[in-house]
Design a protein around this ligand. Structure first.
Ligand code: CUA
Length: 179
């Protein structure tokens, strides 16, 4: 049999299976199972993908809630684009917008306090990645993800987009302050 000519025996699946094939299938299947069970395992022990509540939302409604928060709790602006830095009260609902190609606004949270962090996208799929903690949350348009967070270490964190979203993807970086 060659790769150019049709096989001599056309009904190939009726031929006996080779031992090497069995071993390969066994290895591949075992690896599939390991990868499958890694998903729930890592959700619990990896602490990278937080459990979130998810709601349907329209960009306009979400934007309104975010703008209300920004109007009330802005403490200063940063960068040439004058991005507001918002310091919401502990325990409150905190809104972060993802869009091409920025996060808005910049959040300043208090260490040891609990917040309800809301996330959505105004356009396409983005990825919320908090570094160096390596916490990752998918951000999808039309859906509002809510995660309860309690920052336990002070510092300046980076928020990166880890879902390729076009030509400005690499510029979609922001900050999160914990004081
Ligand atoms: Cu947003 Cu990549």
């Amino acid at each position: 049999m060659s790769a150019i000519q049709p096989p001599g025996q056309r009904v190939w699946w009726k031929q006996p299976i080779d031992k090497v094939e069995i071993i390969w299938i066994g290895m591949a299947f075992t690896w599939c199972l390991i990868m499958f069970f890694m998903m729930p395992y890592w959700h619990v022990y990896g602490k990278q993908n937080l459990s979130s509540e998810t709601y349907r939302v329209t960009p306009a409604l979400y934007q309104k809630a975010a703008e209300e928060m920004v109007a009330k709790f802005t403490v200063r602006t940063e960068t040439d684009e004058k991005i507001p830095v918002v310091k919401p009260p502990a325990g409150s609902d905190v809104y972060l917008i993802a869009r091409l190609w920025a996060w808005w606004p910049i959040l300043e949270l208090e260490q040891g306090k609990t917040y309800r962090l809301h996330l959505t996208s105004m356009d396409y799929q983005h990825g919320f990645s908090l570094q160096p903690e390596n916490i990752n949350i998918q951000v999808l348009p039309g859906y509002e993800h809510v995660v309860t967070i309690a920052p336990n270490r002070a510092g300046t964190y980076a928020i990166l987009c880890n879902e390729f979203c076009g030509i400005g993807h690499h510029k979609m970086v922001s900050k999160l302050y914990v004081k």
